[in-house]
Write a protein that binds this ligand. Structure first.
Ligand SMILES: [Ca+2]
Length: 194
């Protein structure tokens, strides 16, 4: 399965703004994944993880879903968001799957850097962790995240990069949303509070 970029988005929006006024730089950005699961004739695209919809009803229904789900054949699933420009990332929020299986998010790793990650497991040069380690590891999961719960990953010193990549080691990756709060580097010169 090749990585997929989803160009269209659901209309509903529910954004977790966090505890400050930082914008969610990941919202509706280009996003790629190592694989995509086809469920009931519906692809659970990576775009659903940046559509701004953080919750959806259970059971999962094709008309209401807002879930990214990697394919079962993918041993090293990841999702990677292109922020569009180099950013100073103050906080990343990962929102777990909302209809079942919260335990599948485990041993996850987050990386932020400037190495683009766009290729899936069957593409030349694509796929596994070797292609992600060019971006530094900034967080590793050490506790369960509940169903539809938010894991807030805050950085005292902002992480710098254009690409934000979450990899799971379950091996399945299923998230409702990934949010990246910060400023673009080009506009952050006067933002000493970062
Ligand atoms: Ca979503």
């Amino acid at each position: 399965m090749l990585a997929v970029h989803t160009p269209t988005w659901p209309m509903r929006a529910s954004i977790h703004a966090g505890d400050d006024d930082l914008p969610n730089l990941a919202l509706r950005q280009a996003v790629y994944a190592s694989s995509v699961y086809l469920w009931d004739n519906t692809y659970l695209y990576p775009g659903y993880a940046v559509d701004g919809v953080t919750e959806y009803p259970s059971p999962l229904d094709a008309s209401t879903l807002s879930l990214f789900h990697s394919n079962y054949s993918d041993p090293t699933p990841w999702i990677s968001v292109d922020l569009g420009a180099v950013a100073l990332v103050k906080r990343v929020v990962i929102i777990n799957r909302c209809d079942c299986c919260p335990e599948r998010l485990q041993n996850a790793e987050l990386r932020i850097g400037n190495v683009s990650i766009t290729r899936g497991i069957n593409a030349a040069g694509g796929g596994d962790t070797r292609n992600i380690t060019g971006d530094p590891l900034v967080w590793r999961q050490d506790a369960d995240v509940g169903m539809c719960a938010s894991k807030i990953i805050a950085f005292d010193t902002p992480k710098v990069g254009r690409w934000v990549t979450l990899q799971n080691k379950y091996p399945l990756l299923q998230i409702s949303e990934i949010q990246v709060f910060g400023y673009y580097a080009a506009s952050a010169g006067g933002c000493a509070h970062l």
